[in-house]
Design a protein around this ligand. Structure first.
Ligand code: NAD
Ligand code: MG
Ligand code: MG
Ligand code: MG
Ligand code: MG
Length: 339
């Protein structure tokens, strides 16, 4: 059974006695900076010169410095720039300015797991990875709740890295919900696998094929959109609350029977073999190398695939249809970050 930690297991005083630099002010960065600040922690946000995020952070009453300056003073440095930018930011701005005993924190293990960042021996290396998008992490905190986090220590130079990580997680509000102990390797490999095979990659392709199958058979795109995309949220909410069993209980018996007899015809055992191949590429670094090499080249493959995805007919149908909903949902309401 996984080891769980709650508010009573952590001492907020540990992180409150440290100066924390949050590097980056995007989806996770704003949530970490604001939640820590509201938990009584001394926070500075580190941003590149000319960063578009500076005004946003300052509007929230946060102190903003250039990255190197923010790091120079900090006991704890949380790196929340995009994964592909972390190696460069670390080498150029963080490492040269880091106090010899400062702790390095991450919200995802990618750069440590694949060796793009190798911190010196004097530093605690910890992870507090909220299991939700940054905007939800902030909203839940404001509502008095919290998004669960998974917590890891890769390097314990101080001998008290775990207490520090737990304290940080408590200040984030994560231990109101619960924290689970993991390792950088486990978090990185399972996070990449989950988003590639099920949450992002798997679901996106399933929606696109479903939409294509219905519209190619002559059904209205708007109806197809409702049946294969819109209702997905309602189904996932039920699964989140009570597992697949609750979803099946809430759906009609017709839907439940169709699930049993047709689900295995769509997601065949071959899909599981494909999943194993994707996992192998994550474990042996093939995926990481491909991602970073493309990013280093200016992301030509990434940009081409992004454009292709945005041009899929289901996206156009959705954009038009969402404007027509009576409750006037706008796409901005859904701008909640990524997996
Ligand atoms: P993001 O893309 O939302 O924001 C990154 C921020 O970093 C930008 O807003 C900017 O302030 C800064 N930045 C961007 N490029 C930079 C560069 N080249 N140099 C310096 N600063 C730069 O990032 P994110 O999605 O919040 O991800 C940050 C980390 O959190 C990643 O390790 C990610 O895997 C992890 N994570 C994200 C989520 C999520 O909800 N998005 C969830 C769990 C973990
Ligand atoms: Mg239906
Ligand atoms: Mg039922
Ligand atoms: Mg994830
Ligand atoms: Mg991820």
């Amino acid at each position: 059974m996984a080891e769980m930690f709650y508010d009573d297991d952590a001492d907020l005083g540990v992180i409150q006695s440290k100066k924390v630099a949050i590097i980056g002010y995007g989806s996770q960065g704003h949530a970490h900076a604001l939640n820590l600040r509201d938990s009584g922690v001394e926070v500075v946000v580190g941003l590149r010169d000319g960063s578009a995020s500076r005004a946003k952070a300052e509007e929230q009453g946060l102190i903003v410095k250039e990255i190197g300056e923010a790091v120079a003073d900090a006991d704890v440095v949380m790196i929340l720039t995009p994964d592909q930018a972390q190696r460069g930011v670390y080498a150029e701005h963080i490492e040269p300015n880091l106090k010899p005993d400062a702790a390095l924190f991450f919200a995802h293990g990618f750069n440590i797991r694949y060796g793009y960042i190798t911190p010196g021996e004097g530093h605690d290396v910890c992870m507090v990875a909220p299991k939700g998008p940054g905007h939800t992490v902030r909203r839940q905190f404001e509502d008095g709740r919290g998004v669960p986090a998974i917590i890891a220590v890769e390097q314990d130079a101080s001998g008290s890295a775990w207490d520090l990580a737990l304290s940080y997680a408590k200040a984030m509000g994560a231990l109101r919900a619960g924290g689970i102990k993991t390792t950088f390797t486990e978090e990185t490999e399972t996070d990449l696998f989950g988003e590639q095979s099920v949450l992002c990659g798997g679901v996106s392709k399933l929606i696109q094929y479903g939409f294509e199958t219905l519209t190619e058979a002559g059904y209205q795109p708007e109806i197809a959109y409702f049946e294969v995309l819109h209702e997905l949220k309602l189904i996932v909410d039920l699964i989140n609350e009570g597992g697949i069993t609750k979803q099946r209980w809430s759906c009609s018996d017709t839907a439940e029977y169709g699930d049993y007899v047709s689900g295995p015809r769509i997601i065949t055992p071959e899909v599981k073999e494909n999943m194993k191949a994707v996992l192998a590429d994550i474990q042996d670094g093939t995926f990481a190398t491909r991602f970073i090499e493309d990013q280093d080249a200016g992301a030509p493959e990434f940009e081409a695939l992004r454009a292709e995805g945005q041009n899929h007919p289901v996206e156009k149908t959705g954009q038009e249809l969402r404007k027509l909903f009576a409750w006037k949902t706008t796409d901005a309401d859904y701008e909640d970050g990524s997996a």
